[in-house]
Design a protein around this ligand. Structure first.
Ligand code: AMP
Length: 332
């Protein structure tokens, strides 16, 4: 069975983009692949989070993963910092990763531009840690968005370099994996690009948003002056609202409003009210499950204990074999 690895940084609540862009695929993948889904808390240290926030954010993501349908019986859902073997592999991989190639990655250049006062070595070697995350389980497939493709290529380069240096085929070269074809892009509520935390709270729908919050966001979403003639082109704002409706409303409902748009009879107030009602209906059970799981520390601890054990088993095996390949002793 092929192995998939995917990590998510604990930066707060998951939004609809994370849900439809990543989680819904993970839920299907866990049925047919050997899946490792981890919470990338080591990666967070590049931005120096305070310990309480870090711990709570890990608990939030874990609860939201489980509430969305990731199943700890089927996939290994673990916390990166609880599998310290990754740091040993990271160190070995750093020895065959060149500073020049790290400096050239666009994510690094972007971070340097955003935060010139915190250009730490961890930020530079972020792609090596990501390579270690993937190679730790000798993954063959990695679900990545466009922004991560360059990092995955580096992982392949590093794996290939390791294999060449030690004349082995130990590490498979992991491939980008788009489950069922196209990568979906969930748009934001304000007509700007994709839904993302960095584009503002008002335009982002979180899985935990309560009805009143949803109401404010959806009813307050930007629209335009309405279709001026039959079958006119939709503005980005309206296109985005339709895209969101397609995610949560029935095909009949979507068709009703598409037709109303086409013949210029649409009333955006009604359109948004329908989107709000369907979004609320969709999120309500997820929201409830998140609350239940988040408050059940005993259950979360049990999931972490079982998953950490499984992740470490795989990690220890890899690190032991890598040490042998490099020429270190494991026998005493
Ligand atoms: P982020 O925390 O923004 O890096 O998102 C983690 C993952 O969620 C990404 O790698 C994507 O798979 C998915 N994702 C985030 N935002 C969106 C979006 N607007 N549309 C589709 N997928 C998304």
């Amino acid at each position: 069975m092929e192995t998939i690895v995917s990590g998510m940084r604990p930066t707060g609540h998951l939004h609809l983009g994370n849900y439809f862009g990543a989680l819904t695929n993970f839920i299907k993948m866990q049925e047919n692949y050997n899946c490792y889904f981890f919470i990338a808390d080591f990666h967070m240290l590049t931005t120096h989070p305070n310990p309480n926030d870090l711990q709570d954010n890990v608990r939030i993501i874990l609860s939201e993963y489980l509430a969305s349908g990731l199943d700890p019986e089927k996939a290994v859902i673990y916390v990166q910092s609880m599998v310290p073997e990754v740091t040993e592999l990271y160190m070995y991989l750093n020895m065959i990763t060149y500073v020049g190639e790290l400096e050239r990655t666009s994510a690094f250049k972007e971070k340097v531009r955003q935060n010139p006062n915190n250009v730490n070595a961890g930020l530079l070697t972020y792609p090596t840690l990501m390579a270690a995350d993937i190679l730790l389980h000798r993954a063959t497939k990695v679900p990545v968005g466009k922004d991560q493709q360059q990092h995955l290529e580096m992982t392949r380069d590093i794996a290939e370099r390791f294999n060449k240096l030690y004349t082995t085929d130990y590490f498979p070269l992991p491939q980008a994996f788009n489950f069922e074809g196209e990568l979906v892009k969930i748009p934001s509520l304000d007509g700007n690009g994709k839904m993302s935390k960095s584009y503002g709270e008002k335009a982002t729908i979180y899985l935990t948003d309560e009805s009143n919050v949803l109401k404010k966001k959806i009813m307050g979403a930007k629209t335009d002056e309405g279709p001026q003639s039959a079958n006119s082109q939709k503005s980005v704002e309206i296109e985005n609202l339709f895209s969101l409706m397609k995610l949560v409303s029935s095909a009949d409902t979507v068709k009703h409003f598409e037709d109303a748009y086409a013949d210029c009879s649409i009333r955006y107030g009604d359109f948004k009210k329908q989107l709000l009602a369907d979004m609320d209906l969709f999120l309500q059970p997820i929201r409830e499950r998140i609350k239940d799981i988040y408050s059940n520390q005993a259950y979360l601890d049990k999931v972490i204990a079982i998953s950490t054990e499984k992740a470490r088993q795989s990690a220890k095996k890899t690190v032991k074999e890598v040490r042998e390949i490099i020429g270190f002793r494991n026998d005493i």
